[in-house]
Design a protein around this ligand. Structure first.
Ligand code: FE2
Length: 258
């Protein structure tokens, strides 16, 4: 099996090589190139993208990476995750740092609540993968700065669908995909769901992802500045489980005292 010009042997070398080795860089370049073309393809369809249609396109464009993750060629699961994460870090540093913070906060929250080990592990994987679909965003960012009523706001949803469909195709990311599925439910996509009906772990990712997005500048939208009261109010309005809200309060207090 080959992935473009990379053979399985090359991938085995990749995973044993230090970051920055040529094969690893080739993986990163190929993966980001595929994500750019995937986003371009999905964006052409503007709004009203069906979940099925997106799933088919994601499978077509990222199939070889999905096969790699499902097979044993790439080495351990951690090796594969590390390849995806190094790609995000190289091409979208802000998103890599965001995923790192969300992951760290999810670990802390999972331990505070005492989530069972399997659920905790799925939550951590969800945090590490939920935004890699943003690697295709440079195309979108060239076009417009995203505002509330802009149709491009619909297009940015592709990032979640790309991450979600990719994860759904990988057997060992299935439980994490179910958590990512709810991640933008408060915005009505891909599922419009009352936050109180979401599993606790999905509420945690959703809340902690939003908190991080609100208190750190993101290149693609206007940054309102640090406003902890506003952040807290927005999270409270969603009506998450009281345990989740209490953890959010604690995190915001920690940030506020820094
Ligand atoms: Fe995120």
């Amino acid at each position: 099996m080959t992935v473009g010009r990379l053979s399985i042997k090359a991938f085995q070398t990749v995973t044993r090589s230090p970051l920055g080795s040529v094969p690893r860089r080739r993986f990163e370049e190929k993966f980001v190139a595929r994500l750019l073309s995937l986003t371009a393809n999905l964006s052409q369809q503007l709004v009203g993208l069906s979940r099925e249609m997106t799933g088919t396109v994601v499978r077509q464009r990222l199939g070889e990476f999905i096969d790699l993750a499902n097979g044993s060629a790439v080495g351990s699961r951690e090796d594969f995750i590390s390849l995806v994460e190094s790609t995000v870090r190289r091409f979208n540093q802000a998103t890599a740092e965001h995923q790192d913070r969300v992951r760290e906060n999810c670990v802390w929250a999972a331990d505070s609540i005492g989530l069972p080990n399997q659920t905790r592990a799925a939550l951590v994987l969800a945090a590490r993968f939920h935004d890699f679909g943003k690697l295709g965003w440079p195309l979108i960012m060239k076009e417009v700065r995203i505002g509330r009523s802009n149709p491009w706001r619909e297009i940015i949803k592709t990032h979640l669908l790309i991450s979600l469909h990719f994860m759904e195709e990988i057997e060992w990311l299935g439980a994490a995909a179910q958590i990512v599925y709810f991640n933008h439910a408060h915005d009505g996509y891909p599922v419009d769901c009352d936050p109180t009906k979401m599993p606790l772990e999905a509420q945690l990712l959703s809340a902690l992802d939003s908190v991080d997005g609100m208190i750190h500048p993101r290149g693609y939208r206007r940054y309102q500045g640090l406003n902890f009261d506003y952040t807290l109010r927005k999270i409270r309005e969603r009506g998450y489980d009281p345990q989740v809200y209490a953890l959010v309060c604690e995190i915001i207090q920690q940030y506020a005292s820094q």
